[in-house]
Design a protein around this ligand. Structure first.
Ligand SMILES: [Zn+2]
Length: 339
């Protein structure tokens, strides 16, 4: 699978990152007009302005002041281009899925669109696929957070010498959330090299959005078992299991039931796209309802093969009620991040 395990620490490494956005399922041949050419990606009148209206009506109906989206991707431009290219060529981590990216726009346009949607706070999910890259990404993220006040300052990590030091530095620089990608990084999250860093994050009570489920394609260390080993050592670590842990939904719900600091994000779950190949088991809906205070809205914007509003409608049609939706789409994250 491409060069994900290329361990060379090349000064130009970050700029040459060839990573994939893993899990977020991605993939798909180039579609030049993806932003407007994908069925279901535009609103009634076929404009993004129209879609913004739909999104605003969604949270307006719930009586919310807006949305908080804990899973959006912003990263250095050259890295994002490589990620998009990976999606376009259906890289091996995508499970063979076609993945036309709906919001393939310039950075400023992407941030502006989230504001049009009424997303009060979002994140800059970025992640390394090899050693020597995380610190550089974290440096970029400091600058991005500085120029993007509605972005929750995001940082990342990788099992490598020095990780504890740069995680501490990121915390001191004001990072409010971390991203870890077990599938793309192809590492064991319980790796000894990460133990001190997890301890720092647990103590600082900083949430970590972690892609650790085996969707869209499994990795050597994906699935609930390695994460269970991390939590056994760091039971207070605030892990946010990305994508609701798909396809191991029930096992990850079990971890959240066992550890009260474990949360889950909704990213891509319940959408027509995902239900087509990794459906959420209906029998687990009562457990999802019962964890309503620990489920957080995530979208994977901009790297999604459908419209933003579709994720919201997919949550609504679960039929778990307005109180659940208010908590998931805004209140839980507002509380967690003190917004
Ligand atoms: Zn993602």
């Amino acid at each position: 699978m491409d060069d994900h395990r290329d361990a060379s620490v090349d000064p130009a490494g970050p700029a040459e990152a060839a990573p994939a956005h893993g899990p977020s399922y991605d993939a798909g041949p180039p579609r030049p007009s993806a932003a407007t050419g994908v069925p279901g990606t535009t609103s009634d009148d076929g404009t993004s302005g129209g879609e913004a209206g739909e999104v605003r009506r969604f949270w307006g109906r719930l009586g919310l002041p807006g949305l908080v989206d804990v899973h959006t991707h912003f990263m250095p431009e050259q890295v994002l281009r490589k990620v998009w290219n990976y999606f376009d060529t259906t890289g091996p981590l995508l499970g063979g899925l076609e993945w036309p990216i709906t919001y393939r726009k310039e950075e400023a346009e992407r941030a502006a669109l989230l504001r049009e949607f009424g997303v009060r706070a979002f994140t800059a999910m970025l992640y390394p696929h090899k050693p020597g890259m995380a610190r550089w990404l974290n440096g970029w993220a400091v600058e991005f957070a500085r120029r993007t006040p509605d972005c929750l300052h995001t940082a990342t990590l990788y099992p490598e010498p020095g990780v504890e030091t740069y995680v501490r530095e990121a915390v001191e620089a004001g990072a409010r959330v971390f991203k870890a990608h077990v599938q793309v990084g192809a590492y064991d999250p319980a790796d000894e090299l990460l133990q001190q860093a997890w301890g720092v994050l647990a103590e600082a009570r900083i949430p970590v959005v972690i892609h650790c489920g085996s969707g869209p394609a499994p990795g050597k260390y994906t699935g609930p078992e390695p994460i269970a080993r991390v939590l056994a050592r760091h039971p207070r670590l605030r892990l946010i299991v990305a994508h609701l842990g798909m396809p191991e939904y029930e096992e990850f719900l079990g971890l959240a039931e066992r550890y009260d600091q474990v949360r889950l994000d909704t990213t891509m779950a319940f959408t027509d796209f995902t239900e087509g190949f990794m459906p959420f088991p209906r029998r687990a809906l009562p457990r999802l309802a019962a964890l309503g205070d620990r489920v957080l809205l995530g979208s994977d914007f901009p790297n999604i093969p459908y419209s933003y509003v579709h994720q919201l409608h997919a949550l609504e049609r679960l039929g778990l009620g307005q109180e659940w939706l208010r908590a998931v789409c805004h209140d839980n994250a507002a509380t967690l991040f003190g917004l």
